[in-house]
Design a protein around this ligand. Structure first.
Ligand code: ZN
Ligand code: ZN
Length: 314
């Protein structure tokens, strides 16, 4: 037990130290996620301001600061707290003989550097697509994912508006992905992480971008806006366009749909009028949501009719 506490505190302080050294520019620039996040955010924000898709959307749109808070909480605060837990889990699994190198299917360490990064990017993106699909498929997971879908006006910062449980829910398949590829990240994995961060910011940005024919490979703002649509197309009750960085999986698995390319569609999900608005209440929501279904009589009649027509969630 004592050694677990030691692992936790050592990892925790190590993360605090790393974050502080990032803030004070005391780490290699290409591993500086603190200033990297700020720089990418400012760049995408600037593009939104210069080339807005929804011209009447304010620069400081609805919930801009809430999303900015989520961005730093999920990327730094929560990462610092959870790192110790993951270090303990690694030790526990290790004591049963299970390590990151127990499941190697493709040993990418012998590949050229660019191929290592490409395979790492594609495999990690696929396991995240699958996790995202499951977040929509199962009600108890969807209750956590509703935080991300509670965005009403879309902008780059909405990218990292998500419940902290999502960090945990994405972890098993991401770890599995790293395990099958040799058990460790390629030495230049930061390229993949920064690329994914930029693509994710762009996917949520108020910019009309589709990348031409590359739209069948890369996710983009037009496609991802439809992922957030309030009223899903008929027969798509569990959602469309689950892609993270790549749209490829949605085209392969027939979950892609872009009914039209206009930017001012209604966003959210049926029932979001009752969804909490503050950071704390949103983060508590997923734990109690499944236990107390709202009484039918409290749902307005027109909404009940509406929902009958469109069974399901976003
Ligand atoms: Zn989603
Ligand atoms: Zn999104």
């Amino acid at each position: 037990m004592e050694s677990y506490i030691a692992i936790f505190t050592e990892t925790f302080w190590g993360m605090i130290d790393w974050t502080w050294r990032s803030i004070t520019f005391d780490v290699p620039w290409y591993t500086n996620y603190f200033w990297g996040l700020i720089l990418i955010s400012l760049a995408v924000w600037l593009l939104e301001i210069i080339f807005p898709w929804r011209k009447d959307q304010k620069v400081f749109r609805k919930d801009f600061w809430l999303d900015a808070g989520y961005m730093f909480f999920n990327f730094f605060v929560f990462a610092i707290v959870i790192a110790g837990v993951y270090a303990i889990l690694e030790k526990v699994f290790g004591s049963y003989g299970i390590s990151m190198s127990s499941l190697v299917l493709i040993d990418i360490s012998s590949f050229p550097k660019w191929a290592q990064l490409l395979v790492f990017f594609v495999v990690l993106d696929f396991v995240q697509w699958l996790t995202h699909f499951l977040l929509h498929r199962y009600e108890f997971l969807w209750n956590f994912h509703k935080v991300h879908h509670s965005v009403e006006e879309m902008g780059f910062a909405a990218h990292l508006r998500f419940h902290w449980m999502e960090n945990i829910l994405y972890k098993p398949l991401k770890t599995f992905g790293v395990m099958v590829l040799g058990g460790f990240e390629p030495s230049q994995a930061y390229v993949v992480h920064f690329a994914a961060l930029t693509i994710g910011h762009l996917n949520h940005a108020n910019i009309k971008l589709t990348y031409g024919p590359l739209k069948y490979i890369f996710n983009n703002p037009v496609m991802h806006l439809w992922h957030h649509v309030y009223h899903l197309p008929a027969g798509r009750t569990r959602g469309i366009n689950f892609g993270i960085s790549l749209s490829l999986w949605d085209y392969l698995f027939k979950t892609a749909e872009i009914p039209e390319e206009k930017g001012d569609i209604k966003l959210g999900f049926p029932g979001m009028e009752e969804f909490p608005r503050t950071f704390v209440s949103q983060n508590l929501y997923g734990f109690s949501a499944g236990k107390k279904p709202p009484h039918r009589a409290t749902i307005p009649l027109n909404q009940r009719r509406e929902e009958k027509k469109r069974v399901g969630s976003a």
